[in-house]
Design a protein around this ligand. Structure first.
Ligand code: IFM
Length: 692
């Protein structure tokens, strides 16, 4: 059973991708999988969740912090690092059961070994140990400390910063443009050196004999508002505590697949990437690129509710609950967005940050050739986000039985979202309500009418309103609105036979397959949608749209309808979003197309291992990890191939595994208890409680 991601060669071409692949995080802090000698050009990143900042009129984005693990070695005055010489031997490794990164690099004069953890027992901590062995005798110099030259996409975010040396401990004190105070402190044990305040670094020189070793232990801490003390425990204890805690987190969501080693590892790796983003302590959500950088402004999209939430419902319902509480906490932002656009109720941000106000801007995409802005309308027209949240709340309650969350504000979210859809819709002369001028999950076709996904999800919101919100708890005026919502007669999207028109006029567009359309690409970074995109006037879509609907609401569509729509949209879908494959897999499983479903599953489960995803949308860098695709792979396996359904905590399976898989054993949490189910290829399964 492989549980290590190991890379045995050094490839400078892969620096950015490796930063994602070897990411460490604990829900609060993230540290990219980079090497000690790297700087901002190699996208070194220490990211903090939930703290955002805007510099001038630039995009408001999540905050990146100074790097406490900077270390560079010199021999006889010459830098010895992967940036100056090809290592003779090189290996980096991520132990996904310990959340531990290690590195081994041998150069002529010296060998570097290091290890690093972003602590799971104290989420403000990160620690590292670096050991250098002299392969030759001579003069060595080491530079180490806090690298203040931060990689930021839309910074600088610190309008004021200082770095002081207090007895071998460095303390960075920064004030952001939005007046947030952040401290990063780090103690450096094992070396002593001269401190250079401007660079924030220590310099330590010494003569070492051949075979002699030095070690540096770094304990770093990130605090907001107030500087707090570093822990008293030594490095070894902190390391042990983190591994133990991560192990406990993992205990409740392990998966083992018999008969498919590659998938077994990819699923374990996907689980790792989801698990390191969950925060049990805070009412927080998860950004589309997790804690791997500032792509997409560190914002939260529908990715969380539709993909990550069902993962956490099984892996850790407490975190799932926090994801919903975050939407409750940001309801005012959603109301404000609706009001500012002239609507009632709650229109959630397409890109949501700390307050829930819209972070998405119309200049989200640029033309790769001219560099000019391609105006997009994601922030104002992708209204399905509000319905997705309500859908997720309903599914969460159904699975866990946690109706208490309704009284904690989820009922208000449902009601306000219903009001929003009522005010956004247009009733025609026949009393039928249409939804005009929106963008569906297929983002290439903007500002379309009667978009199938959006209409169906709006209809579902009203059903959930009836099911979850009690009218007698409403004021008289609210009650009137409630019944108006329930009485809406929603338009049906047009159809050709069984095939649902993604939006009004979709079938009139040029019918071309993805491969043929690709030939029209001028620049590989071209944006296919919007005003001038090559897909805009064709039936080629970015990602699962109608197919997502079939995946999310299978009970609403008969099998022949599912089949015809799946077959129609599949060749017309570019899969230009990492979210697309897992939705296709879920539908393919239902249709008995297990081989096709398996391919889609592997496309999601290997996404960050392959690193083949688009790095640019227009001229904008969109790289990073893909937690929703990672979660999507888990959904395909557990909810798809194993057919898991959960009702008030009770689990049932309907197993349809690809023929080469013998069994899948998985764990989940329910009411503080961990259960393990072994599902066999022949459809049988057994469940047991796991002693903790
Ligand atoms: O939420 C997605 C969207 O559906 C496609 N573009 C990227 C977003 C973030 O993952």
């Amino acid at each position: 059973m492989k549980r290590h991601l190991t890379q045995k060669t050094y490839n400078p071409e892969q620096i950015i991708l490796d930063g994602n692949r070897f990411l460490l995080a604990n829900g609060h802090l993230g540290y990219r999988g980079t090497l000690e000698e790297y700087g901002k050009d190699q996208l070194v990143g220490l990211l903090i969740a939930g703290v955002y900042d805007q510099y001038k009129d630039e995009w408001r984005e999540n905050l990146a912090l100074p790097n406490p693990f900077f270390f560079k070695a010199y021999y006889e005055g010459e830098e010895v690092s992967v940036l100056t010489a090809k290592p003779l031997v090189h290996q980096v490794d991520l132990d996904i059961e310990k959340a531990l990164f290690t590195r081994h690099s041998e150069f002529g004069p010296l060998t570097i070994d290091s290890e690093r953890l972003v602590s799971h027992s104290d989420d403000s901590l990160l620690i590292s140990k670096i050991t250098v062995k002299a392969n030759k005798a001579g003069k060595f110099k080491f530079a180490y400390g806090l690298d203040l030259d931060i990689y930021e996409i839309h910074g600088p975010h610190f309008k004021q910063k200082s770095c002081k040396n207090v007895k071998n401990k460095l303390i960075f004190d920064g004030i952001t443009n939005e007046n947030k105070t952040i401290f990063v402190q780090a103690s450096y044990q094992g070396l002593s050196g001269e401190f250079n305040e401007k660079e924030g670094l220590f310099f330590s020189s010494m003569v070492l004999q051949e075979g002699e070793e030095i070690s540096l232990e770094i304990v770093a801490k990130v605090d907001e508002e107030k500087l707090r003390k570093l822990p008293k425990d030594d490095y070894a204890k902190l390391k042990g505590d983190s591994i133990l805690t991560f192990n406990k987190k993992l205990e409740g969501c392990k998966v083992e697949i018999e008969g498919d080693e590659e998938l077994d590892f990819e699923i374990a790796y996907s689980i790792y990437h989801c698990l390191i983003l969950g925060d049990e302590k805070r009412i927080r959500s998860i950004a589309a690129r997790g804690l791997s950088g500032q792509t997409y402004k560190g914002a939260i999209f529908w990715d969380t509710e539709i993909f990550l939430l069902p993962f956490f419902v099984l892996a850790n319902p407490k975190i799932a609950r926090n994801l919903i509480l975050y939407r409750i906490a940001t309801l005012n932002g959603a109301k404000e967005k609706a009001r500012s656009l002239g609507y009632d109720g709650a229109y959630y941000a397409w890109e949501s940050q700390d307050s829930g106000l819209e972070a998405c801007r119309s200049d989200n995409v640029t033309d790769p050739i001219t560099g000019e802005t391609v105006v997009t309308y994601f922030g104002t027209k992708q209204i399905h986000i509000s319905a997705d949240i309500v859908y997720a709340i309903d599914r969460y309650i159904e699975a866990t039985g946690d109706e208490k969350i309704l009284d904690e504000g989820a009922d208000e979210v449902i009601f306000e979202v219903a009001k929003f859809f009522l005010s956004y819709s247009r009733e025609d002369e026949n009393g039928i309500s249409h939804i005009d001028d929106v963008i569906g999950p297929d983002e290439y076709h903007e500002r379309v009418n009667d978009e199938a996904f959006t209409l169906a999800m709006a209809r579902r919101v009203m059903k959930i309103l009836a099911k979850r919100v009690c009218p007698s708890c409403l004021s008289k005026e609210q009650e009137k609105l409630y019944y108006r919502c329930l009485n809406i007669k929603w338009a049906e999207p047009k159809k050709q036979g069984n095939v649902i028109s993604e939006f009004d006029g979709y079938f009139d567009l040029e019918d071309i397959d993805v491969a043929s359309l690709k030939k029209r690409v001028v620049n590989p970074k071209d944006y296919w949608g919007g005003k001038n995109g090559i897909a805009t006037h064709t039936q080629v879509i970015k990602q699962a749209d109608v197919v997502s609907l079939l995946a999310l609401c299978p009970e609403d569509y008969e099998t022949p309808v599912q089949l015809d729509n799946y077959e129609y949209y599949y060749p017309r879908t570019e899969h230009g979003s990492s979210l697309s494959a897992s939705m296709h897999s879920l539908v393919a499983i239902k249709l008995g197309k297990l081989d096709e479903a398996y391919k889609f599953l592997r496309s999601s489960s290997s996404i960050d291992l392959r690193g083949a995803e688009k790095l640019f949308a227009g001229g904008i860098y969109i790289g990073g990890t893909h937690p929703a695709a990672n979660a999507g792979a888990y959904l395909d396996l557990i909810y798809g191939f194993l057919g898991l359904r959960q009702n008030k905590g009770k689990i049932s399976l309907d197993i349809h595994l690809p023929s080469h898989i013998k069994s899948v054993t998985f764990r989940y949490r329910n009411n503080k208890q961990i259960y393990e189910i072994k599902a066999l290829a022949d459809g049988r399964y057994e469940s047991k409680e796991v002693k903790q």
